[in-house]
Design a protein. Structure first.
Length: 235
């Protein structure tokens, strides 16, 4: 049986649409994480205060990332400002400690997705933040430092605090020119959103197969209807 070019084009467009819906979406890959908040402590990391915080991370192989995820709260009054002003800085390290000056600084400002995550000490709202860096960072094997600092100068009754994580470790607190080591990791992750052609899950393969089967079924039914119509006209 012959299907007209216009009808063929329609089926092709439908097939592409169904398969696109069934195909797996690109997933962000977490390349490093210290986990989620442990609901134990918040560490002030704010240019409007005397304290900022730095954390370290280690890559065993050359690794790329283009986004950061972290957790924080607004102490002492729990009233987050409408516009955050975040700066994310990356450091090389010497002897496992971040160098005095950052190697790269990302002024992300309020270009941050802030969502409510939970409660700290049953009183303070905990927020999860995600931000794209605007570029892909590629680092070789080694240990590096990161600081995440907010500026709450427009908020008269709160400082922003970076929350400790549920993993055992340590971080650094900067007070003026003095830096000291402290216990507890700070909660953050480095992510790569540039994943290409991820391996589909079994359920996704099933959905793609069902989409293809649906299109084939429509084409078969169209051929049958055309055959019946042709037979009727011929009679």
């Amino acid at each position: 049986m012959h299907i007209s070019p216009s009808l063929q084009s329609g089926f092709i467009a439908l097939a592409v649409g169904l398969l696109a819906c069934a195909a797996p979406a690109a997933r962000a890959q977490t390349v490093f994480t210290t986990g989620t908040p442990d609901n134990v402590s918040g560490n002030t990391s704010d240019t409007d205060s005397a304290f900022t915080q730095l954390e370290t991370f280690t890559f065993g192989a050359t690794t790329s990332f283009n986004g950061v995820e972290w957790y924080g709260a607004y102490l002492l009054r729990n009233t987050p400002q409408a516009m955050d002003a975040f700066t994310i800085s990356l450091y090389n390290t010497t002897g496992g400690a971040p160098d005095a000056s950052p190697s790269t600084v990302f002024t992300v400002g309020n270009a941050v997705n802030r969502t409510l995550f939970g409660k700290l000490f049953t009183s303070y709202d905990v927020y999860r933040y995600t931000s794209a860096l605007g570029t892909t960072v590629t680092l070789g094997p080694g240990t590096y430092g990161i600081s995440i600092v907010n500026n709450t100068a427009v908020d008269p009754d709160d400082y922003w605090a970076w929350l400790s994580s549920n993993q055992t470790g340590g971080h650094f607190t900067q007070t003026g020119a003095v830096r000291g080591a402290r216990s507890a990791d700070l909660a953050f992750s480095l992510v790569n959103t540039a994943a290409v052609n991820p391996v589909p899950e079994p359920s996704e393969w099933l959905a793609m197969g069902m989409a293809g089967t649906s299109v084939m079924g429509l084409m078969v039914r169209a051929r049958r209807r055309k055959a019946v119509k042709s037979a009727t006209v011929a009679a």
